[in-house]
Design a protein around this ligand. Structure first.
Ligand code: BDR
Ligand code: CA
Length: 333
């Protein structure tokens, strides 16, 4: 089977780490590179974390540092003002990974994306797990090349609610202009939005985390430990136990879209992003059937609205911890 060519654009991040681990474990992906954007923590910190994950997974791919600020701040020469991250000071909860600095490329993320797409026209899929700044900068630099991206899978947005504001999800809120410019490309290429509507339907339970800790070796124990920070925040802020690992959902759906029921995928709908004022970062999506909002605008996105949580959890354990999988099915599910 020919492998799918993939670039992961990310801001690690606890859930980004789960997502990168899954992408690197999947034999059907050829991960060509990991491009990094500031988001959950500052750029340098995210790069070090990405280098740590590459080392942990012994992966044969490079890490490409990208944008340090959002488009708007770049345009206005402002510095990035990061608020306290829900991912902890270093971005990975209480865990510190050992970076493999030999995997840090001198090429800027934007140039890497463009060069790779030029070399592989119509073949490269990009999975975005952070603010869309690198993607938008690549579009600004060479839109024709970006039209040759095969498809984008993007964790971000939310039709029904937000998590950074009542209406905006963090990644798109952090750089709404970039999200807007990226989705404008959706008229030419396939862009799949995997937003909070779908990610919030998933949950790793405390039993899952216990299982990772005790039965899934060093890697599982690290992921579980990393999640303690997240678990506390979910409990404190939402009074839910367990964790929602947003970015992992995007990777698992990119691997296998059938984790979502066909009725929960809204293909070729209009998606707009608000970039100002109280609704900054909000995704406005036309999900209603034909006829009601005919003037909604171009059909520029596929929007995922549901997922089978049990199938998602099973698929992750089976992919990343195949030896422990039978025990998971027997005792945890
Ligand atoms: C997104 O925001 C970040 O905190 C996570 O890494 C994820 O990409 C969820 O809203
Ligand atoms: Ca992220």
């Amino acid at each position: 089977m020919e492998k799918r060519k993939v670039i992961i654009d990310t801001d690690p991040g606890i859930d980004d780490t789960y997502a990168i681990v899954a992408a690197l474990s999947y034999k059907g992906f050829d991960v060509l590179g990991i491009t990094v954007v500031a988001g959950n923590v500052g750029l340098d910190n995210c790069v070090v974390n990405a280098l740590g994950v590459v080392n942990l997974m012994n992966a044969d791919c490079f890490v490409y540092p990208g944008a340090q600020t959002s488009l708007n701040q770049l345009d206005n020469f402002e510095t990035y003002d990061l608020k306290t991250s829900v991912h902890g000071e270093g971005g990975l909860g209480s865990v510190t990974l050992t970076p493999d600095f030999s995997k840090r490329s001198e090429t800027h993320a934007v140039d890497f994306i463009l060069e790779t797409v030029k070399e592989n026209p119509g073949e490269v899929e990009i999975i975005t797990l952070g603010p869309l700044t690198n993607i938008a900068l690549a579009i600004r630099k060479d839109k024709e090349t970006m039209k040759k991206v095969k498809k984008i899978w993007s964790m971000g947005g939310g039709v029904r609610f937000g998590n950074r504001t009542p209406v905006a999800e963090f990644n798109y809120w952090a750089d709404p202009e970039a999200a807007k410019e990226t989705y404008a490309l959706g008229e030419d290429i396939e862009i799949n939005m995997i937003g909070l509507d779908v990610t919030q339907q998933t949950r790793f339970t405390l039993d899952d985390l216990f299982f990772l800790q005790t039965e899934c070796g060093e890697l599982g124990a690290l992921l579980s430990e990393m999640s303690n920070h997240y678990t506390k925040i979910y409990w404190d802020s939402l009074r839910i136990t367990g964790v929602v690992v947003h970015d992992l959902v995007a990777v698992m759906l990119a691997i296998d879209p059938s984790l979502s029921n066909e009725d929960d995928i809204f293909n070729r709908v209009n998606l707009s992003i608000e970039h100002e004022g109280m609704c900054r970062g909000q995704t406005v999506v036309q999900l209603s059937p034909n006829g009601m909002y005919e003037d909604a605008g171009p059909k520029n996105a596929n929007v995922y609205m549901g997922i089978d949580n049990t199938a998602f959890r099973k698929a992750f354990i089976k992919l990343c911890f195949p030896k422990a999988y039978p025990m998971y099915i027997k005792y945890i599910l």
